[in-house]
Ligand binder design. Structure first.
Ligand SMILES: *Cc1c(COP(=O)(O)O)cnc(C)c1O
Length: 377
């Protein structure tokens, strides 16, 4: 993938915001509870290694990633802290995980049986496994105690191959005001825990939303994701948070072309926009190939502290805006962030796009350079 460093469009990542969000989260935790920074999907679009470094500086004692390659990228960069992959890996790659001290989730005895032949090298350390309980997320994990016990038996019978390091579940509705389903999942998790003779080292249930709004059930590790980036996991559903979340990401560009068009003249593919009167139109060098969605036609950006409508269809690599008057090319354009007294948040972009901020942040393409601001030394 080519990163467009010679184009002014940038993702800016405020490292101090990430640092402070982690420190605020840690301050809420009981002393024995650790924080694993969730840095999957290139740190939710903020940059894997940058976020990992800042989170660790702020006190994160481990990392969660989605896929094994992300774990290896952290190891190659020199991170030695515990890493947990959150998705099921193929059993054939168990040895790669073990050799790199990367923990993986397990949701069936069959997975352990299939991984076992790949873990026979006596030079390999045992593979660290976290037993996943499906208490209602319906994604991965054991759905009853008998299945859990059968898997434990396989692991315990093969201590050279497996070390049960963790036990966890994931909540489907921790970010919703209605706690009915959340409580059902907690009860099911308690039943799983009660059925086990010993607890592994890590027992964890909390994503960001759980850590913010259901602190009693944190376990001894939290998997701290979206809130680390300063985004409210509930979107706008639960406004109150125990500490302020400071958004880390902004998105900026500059005007690459400016012109005045006559009343009735059209802009962009399909000629869907016609100027009502003589209008100043600016071109912004970013498009849907960068993750700036085509459905953002009609939304706005900020120029000189003023909202400017996105007119005509968003193209693959460029889009056009209506300016209040002439501005020189090179004038700053803020797509996400602050300009003058006005702000556009990722939540605003998500609302207009009828999705969630998570999807906007991690949908920003690798073509966009990431640049640190307020760096944490
Ligand atoms: C992505 C993920 C998280 C982090 O969720 P946030 O809402 O971003 O805090 C935690 N746990 C699991 C299993 C996940 O997949």
């Amino acid at each position: 993938m080519v990163t467009a460093t010679l184009r002014p469009t940038r993702v800016r990542v405020n490292e101090t915001a990430i640092f402070e969000n982690v420190q605020h989260a840690l301050a809420q935790l009981k002393e024995e509870t650790a924080l694993f920074a969730v840095v999957k999907a290139d740190g939710y679009g903020h940059g894997l290694l940058r976020v990992a470094r800042v989170a660790q500086k702020a006190g994160a004692s481990g990392f969660c990633v989605a896929v094994l390659d992300e774990a290896l990228a952290l190891r190659q960069a020199g991170f030695t802290a515990p890493i947990l992959v959150l998705g099921i890996i193929e059993p054939a790659y168990a040895a790669i995980a073990a050799a790199n001290h990367v923990a993986v989730p397990v949701g069936s005895a069959a997975w352990l049986d299939e991984a076992l032949p790949h873990l026979q090298d006596p030079a390999l350390p045992p593979l660290r496994v976290h037993l996943a309980m499906d208490t209602g997320m319906g994604r991965i994990g054991f759905r009853d105690v008998a299945a859990l016990k059968a898997a434990c038996a396989v692991a315990v019978a093969n201590p050279q191959a497996f070390e049960i390091e963790g036990l966890f579940t994931h909540f489907a509705t921790a970010d919703e005001p209605d706690t009915t389903y959340f409580k059902l999942q907690v009860a099911r998790f308690q039943a799983f825990l009660a059925a086990l003779p010993t607890k592994p080292r890590y027992v964890h249930v909390a994503n960001s939303a759980t850590s913010l709004w259901h602190q009693a059930c944190n376990g001894n590790v939290i998997r701290f994701g979206v809130a680390m980036y300063g985004l409210n996991p509930s979107g706008r559903a639960i406004e109150a948070t125990p500490y302020p979340l400071k958004p880390a990401m902004s998105l900026v560009s500059t005007l690459s072309f400016v012109k005045q068009i006559e009343a009735g003249e059209a802009v962009s593919y399909g000629a869907t926009y016609h100027a009502a009167e003589a209008e100043w139109i600016g071109t912004v060098p970013m498009g849907y190939a960068d993750g700036w969605l085509r459905r953002l036609q009609g939304f706005h950006v900020l120029v000189d502290g003023q909202f400017c409508e996105i007119v005509g269809r968003v193209c693959m690599d460029q889009f056009m805006i209506r300016l209040p008057h002439a501005y020189p090319t090179g004038t700053a354009v803020v797509l996400v962030g602050q300009s003058g007294d006005q702000t556009i948040t990722l939540q605003d972009v998500a609302d207009y796009s009828q999705t969630i901020h998570y999807e906007i942040a991690c949908g920003l393409a690798a073509r966009l350079p990431r640049e640190s601001v307020a760096p944490v030394k």
